[in-house]
Write a protein that binds this ligand. Structure first.
Ligand SMILES: [Zn+2]
Length: 97
């Protein structure tokens, strides 16, 4: 996974979550903030393009409240990504470690 595709994935996940949890077509301000935080973390990620998956390391680099929010998003959108974006999901899962 590259940083660019991680960014794309997290954006899709947050959109999916916001659409359902906040009944918002566009991202609500709260989710927009979470997204820009997530993107910022990715940009500053020490592993760069060599890292495996954010699921393994985001819990260590997010601050507490953002971490709780992104966990909610992942819990909701994680399984649904398989349904909505099966190819993306496969790429994510099968990408070499
Ligand atoms: Zn929202």
């Amino acid at each position: 996974m590259t940083i660019a595709s991680e960014k794309h994935t997290v954006e899709l996940m947050i959109k999916l979550y916001c659409h359902s949890a906040h009944k918002s077509n566009e991202l609500c301000p709260e989710c927009l903030q979470l997204l820009s935080y997530a993107h910022e973390r990715l940009e500053k990620c020490i592993y760069g393009d060599k890292k495996t998956s954010c699921k393994k390391c985001l819990t260590h680099c997010y601050k507490k409240d953002m971490r709780n929010q992104i966990k909610k998003v992942m819990r909701y959108s994680g399984p649904r990504m398989l349904w909505h974006y099966p190819l993306l999901f496969l790429k994510h899962t099968l990408s070499p470690k």
